[in-house]
Ligand binder design. Structure first.
Ligand SMILES: [Zn+2]
Length: 279
């Protein structure tokens, strides 16, 4: 079983602002094509058994993907695709939008406080946490750095999720990209909080940092809480698998403490659906 827990669907033209795209390209030497049509997504996911798919609603950072767009796609591929709704607590009508997302068949919530410009424990976010806990909706949370210039780092540290986990202990959360560059904070947090997890998406192209993060996860004994993901279109399934499998070899060649191959295979083939209540 191979599950990609982190993939995007959006139209570059309709859902991403010119400023967002300019900031994205400023950070890279090779401009990335962020446009993801349903056809392109299906082709990219050929090698996986299941995938989670979402957009993002964050007008503060120039991203606004309608939940209907995600729901329409997920409905076309019920065997493979699980759709998450984007919720932005800084916009009104959060409770209505969650109920509407549920009615559309969406099964979790994608947020990114750094993109959306609020502290995870902000007053405006409380109805979202409460309702998600009541409905058993898991979260994919971008709690880490990102490229848009207007996205505030002060709201991005994974440690800010500790109070959320204590106030809403039944809420399942996946911290995207190991909370980079605060991977250490993410690891100590998911070690303490039973329903917090992290994905390893879009990190393989910084192999030194990823090696250190996974070695530390291994030393802390928390690799069982790490899920495989790509962050497609940022990375592909094939490159992400190869990047993870290259780490034990990197350690061997450099005579560094090991990351067992078996640990990498376990992350690759982990069932993230059961712990998130999605099976
Ligand atoms: Zn992402």
């Amino acid at each position: 079983m191979l599950i990609d827990c982190h993939t995007h669907l959006w139209s570059q033209k309709d859902h991403l602002s010119a400023e967002f795209l300019a900031d994205a390209n400023r950070m890279r030497s090779d401009p990335v094509d962020l446009d993801v049509t349903p056809e392109k997504h299906q082709a990219a996911m050929q090698g996986v058994d299941r995938c989670l798919v979402f957009g993002l609603r964050a007008r503060h950072s120039g991203v606004d993907v309608p939940n209907d767009f995600i729901a329409d796609y997920a409905r076309d591929y019920p065997e493979k695709v699980i759709g998450f709704m984007g919720i932005d607590p800084t916009e009104g009508g959060v409770e209505q939008e969650i109920e509407r997302g549920l009615a559309l068949g969406l099964r979790g919530i994608k947020i990114g406080p750094i993109y959306q410009n609020y502290h995870p424990m902000d007053e405006r976010a409380q109805p979202m946490w409460r309702l998600a806990e009541r409905h058993g909706l898991p979260f994919m949370i971008h709690q880490g750095t990102t490229f848009p210039r207007v996205a505030p780092l002060k709201y991005a540290n994974p440690i800010l999720l500790e109070d959320v986990a204590l106030c809403y202990p039944e809420v399942r959360m996946v911290i995207a990209h190991l909370g980079h560059p605060w991977e250490v904070e993410t690891l100590v947090l998911i070690r303490k909080q039973p329903h917090l997890y992290a994905d390893v998406s879009a990190l393989w192209y910084r192999p030194w940092q990823l090696y250190n993060s996974l070695r530390l996860a291994y030393e802390y004994g928390v690799t069982h809480k790490l899920f495989f993901g790509t962050d497609f279109p940022v990375a592909t399934v094939e490159d992400s698998i190869a990047g993870l499998r290259a780490l034990p070899e990197l350690a061997e060649r450099a005579n560094l403490p090991e990351i067992p191959r078996e640990t990498i295979e376990q992350i690759l083939h982990r069932d993230c659906l059961t712990p998130l209540g999605l099976d």
